[in-house]
Design a protein around this ligand. Sequence first.
Ligand code: CAO
Length: 455
Amino acid sequence: MPTEFKLPALAENVDKVTVTKIFVSVGDTIAKDQTILEIETDKAAAEVPSSVSGTVTEIRAKEGAVLRVGDIVLVVKEDGVAKAAAPAAIAPAKAEPAPKRAAAPAPVAKVAAPAEKPAAKVAVAPTPEEAEAEDGETEQGEGEEPRVIQRGGGVPVPASPSVRRLAREIGVDISQVPGSGSDGRVSLEDVKAHSRLVNTDVRGVTPRMAGGTMPLPDFTRWGDIERLAMNSVRRRTAENMASAWVTIPHVTQFDKVDITQIEQLRKQYGKRTEAAGAKLTVTAIIVKVLATALRKFPQFNSSIDLENNEIVQKKFYNIGVAVDTDRGLLVPVIHNVDQKTVVEIAIEMNELAERARQRKSKLEEMQGGTFTVSNLGGIGGTSFTPIINPPEVAILGISRAHVEPVYVDGQFVPRTMLPLSLSYDHRVIDGADAARFARFLVEALEQPFLLFLEA
Ligand code: CAO
């Protein structure tokens, strides 16, 4: 009997993914838990294991195509069927159950392909109209039991199917919408109001407009060109960066920290931490110092809720670390850095960066960040102005450390100086606080004893 394998719910708030690789072919015999797909969302790449076993008779998924939770990936002639989908490489027990949807191949659109693949078709994310057409036939009925989406801390978000559908269609994360009904129930009006709020900045400029809709000239008038399809990481980075740049009034505070002593300690204790399985880097040390800085300056660990005129201060300290990958910029998150040692942070950061580069990130490790660090110093540069990663309100950029003459006690001495660039949301953070925050980082790195006093 044929058995369908449908895309399982992979994580909270992830209802569609792009298929980047299919590892099986028609005629293959597959086993339960065998990796059959590689997918990516805007924040992560992950492998999807099968929950069925048997001989593959049909593959509905296509490389490059968008799949939604519940879409049929492939069909097998069963040798044995698993009882339940249980993705191993990707977690979340908290994930939403898969919506009931009819089997429909993901929409495919033709776009200009790179020269070496002239005939290739590359799938792109459906337009809102396509998504509506898809969803229209297969959405849950009004009479059905509403699906429950969880807010942070496992609190369910009550909303009817039509409200959730609207939120999905207009790209609103329903778990972020404050519900005006009894018990926080989210209404259609709540979703629309939230959408207006997040999509419009003070000048009425929408993030989509900021993404750049200016028509391009015909570049071939001046020479050869090549058109490359954007992968989903690049596309979402483009959208998110444009949106953050337009909606957040950024200011960047620059400072320099003397890490001469830290560098000596790094050398002194490097072997010891390597034996524990980690390379002790300046990034790991700064992440740890940030835990204390964020506790001392809670406005840097907050989000802005304009609709309710509130600042949301988080009591957990989760630091995202920007990682340079061949797919683009990814930001895995080290959770609860205040509860971890520098060595534990260094080990975890190595593992997270490695998994991000190998496209094996777990979706939950890309979520929940409260502050981001971006270290470009391994590559070079004297300073830069990092863009805030919403809904966070600040980001720390680190540039290349270098030895320079510093005037100490009446004479110039060579010191290793590390440039810091702190970009902050000026709606929530005042310039004086940013200067104090940066100064605290500098002093704590120059005199680590301060951390004992403050932590
Ligand atoms: N100044 C001088 N040297 C630095 C440095 C700095 N600020 N930061 C790192 N280095 C050195 C390290 O000491 C290491 O040297 P050794 O091998 O001699 O010890 C080397 O550069 C490589 O470090 P690393 O990259 O392995 O380790 P890390 O912990 O410092 O950084 C990570 C980890 C993930 C942040 C980094 O690998 C990375 O991906 N950086 C790019 C981040 C990025 O793309 N940001 C842009 C975001 S905005 O577009």
